[in-house]
Design a protein around this ligand. Sequence first.
Ligand code: GUN
Length: 292
Amino acid sequence: MILLDGRKTAADIKEEIALEVAELKKQEKKVPHLAAIIVGNDGGSLTYVNAKVKACERVGFDSTLIRLPEDTSEEKLLNEIAKLNIDNEIDGFIVQLPLPEQIDEQKILLAIDSNKDVDGFHPANVGKMVLNLPTFLSATPYGILELLDRYDIETTGKHVVVIGRSHIVGSPVSILLSQKRKKGNATVTITHSRTKNLKEITSQADIIIAALGVPEFLKGDMVKDGVTVIDVGTSRIADPSKKSGFRLVGDVAFDEVSKKASYITPVPGGVGPMTIAMLLKNTLLANTKKHR
Ligand code: GUN
C-alpha cells in the first residue's frame, strides 16, 4: 500500500508557485492577492480559511481575510462582494461555505465576478468546467486530479465510483474524471444516499472517491484488493486525549481499507492540503490572466 501524501505533494506545488512569485517580484510585477470572506465562527471553516491565508503568505502572495459576524445580512455580504469585485488590488476571492441560513448561497455565488472566482463555484465557471472549457477548476476536485497525476495513477478506462453528489466535490469530480482530459477518460459511477446495493458497486471500483461526510463510512468489505481510495471526509470527532478536544476522521475506515488498497489518502494530510495548494494555483492563474 502506498500512502498518497497530500501534505508532501501540496508542499511541492507551493514551492513551484513560490518560484513563480519570486520571478514576478524580480520583474517588478504585481504579486497575486487572494481575499477570503468568512461569515460566523464555525471552528472547521475558520481553521480552513486561516490555513488558506497562511498558505498565501508562505508562497509570497498578498492576502486579505474578511471576518463577518454570524448574523450578517445577505445585503451586507453582497456589498462586501461588490467591493472586492471592483478592487483592482484583489486578483481572486472566495466566500467560505457553508453560509448561515439567512443567506442564499446561490445568490452569493452568482454575485462574485466570475474572473475572480478562484473557487470555481460561479455557475458560469461550473458551466465552462462541464463543457471542458478553460476555467477555474474547484480546488478540491482539482486537487484530487493533481494527486492522481503526480502519483501516476491511471484513470483511462478505469471504473471510478464517487460516493456523494455535492456541488463542491462529488458532482464536479465525477464530471472531470469522465471527460477527455489528462486525468480523465474514466467510467464514472456517481452514488449517493438513495443508491441501492452500494457495496456491490464499490466492490467493482478501481478508484473510489469518498465524499459524503459520514465518518468511516467505507469499510474494508466494500472494496476490492488493489483499489485506489481518495478520502475527502473531514469530520471532527470528540477525543479528550487531544489538546484540541477532537480529532479529524475521514469517510473511510482507514485501518480496514488500507489493508486492501494499493493507494490511499490519509486524513488528515491527504486531500485537505491539496485543496489549499490548488486554490493558490487558481489565484496565480487569476493574476496571470489579468496582469500580462
Ligand atoms: N467549504 C468547504 N470547501 C470549500 C471550498 O473549497 N471553498 C469554499 N469557499 N468553501 C468551502
